[in-house]
Design a protein around this ligand. Structure first.
Ligand code: GRF
Length: 212
């Protein structure tokens, strides 16, 4: 079982998707704790309902960004976390933290990166007149919304879409690919070479394990 933690700042619908996946008997990852930097984040309730420790580490309680991250890092170590999943976590992380958790820290972004990194994604997708959008699960690097891409989904942009309707359509795809990406990592099928991700096919992996 891969030991994961989920970092949130808000609603937590991706967290809920990860909780639902982890409940499946054959799912190879478990969520040991949920950490929010926002004390009243709605997502904390999802954790509590699922009997997962809901930890608040309020960034406002710390003098510097790194002090906050040291507390975060200590908490992750305390739980023996192997993979950190950012799910609507709205703090920029310093190179110190990102380096410390390199290749063990992933994020979901509501566009097909490298297109439309940053905030207000759906608004910018609509303004650009893009005909499709999507979402990306990627390893985190110091530069925001950059890093080796693990999985992506594409969704159409439809005539008459608003930020809300597009966000809803993208979110459905997010809820599908985030648990899938965590599963692939837990199964040891995700390899990074030259900052690109290569995925081993599940069947091929099983065969190579069975080989003498
Ligand atoms: C998602 O759209 C995610 O891609 C982005 O922030 C949003 C979080 O939504 N990083 P939720 O809190 O998981 O509902």
């Amino acid at each position: 079982m891969l030991k994961t933690a989920v970092l949130i700042s808000g609603r937590g619908s991706n967290l809920q998707a990860l909780i639902d996946a982890a409940r499946q008997p054959d799912y190879p990852a478990e969520i040991l704790c949920v950490i929010s930097n926002v004390p009243d984040a709605q997502g904390l309730e999802h954790a509590r309902k699922a009997n997962i420790p809901a930890v608040i580490i309020n960034h406002r309680d710390f003098k510097t960004r790194q002090n906050f991250e040291e507390a975060l890092d200590a908490k992750l170590d305390e739980y023996g976390v192997q993979l950190v999943c950012m799910a609507g976590f709205m703090r920029l992380l310093t190179p110190w933290f990102v380096t410390r958790w390199r290749d063990r820290l992933i994020n979901i972004h509501p566009s097909r990166l490298p297109e439309f990194p940053g905030l207000n994604t759906h608004k910018r997708v609509l303004e650009a007149g893009a005909k499709s959008s999507g979402c990306t699960v990627h390893f985190v690097r110091a530069e925001m919304d950059h890093g080796p891409i693990i999985l992506q989904a594409e969704v159409p942009v439809l005539a008459g879409d608003t930020e809300e309707t597009l966000a809803t359509r993208v979110l459905e795809a997010e809820h599908r690919i985030y648990p899938e990406a965590v599963r692939m990592i837990a199964e040891g099928r995700v390899n990074i070479m030259d900052e690109r991700v290569f995925i081993t096919d599940a069947v091929a992996l099983a065969k190579s394990k069975a080989a003498p």
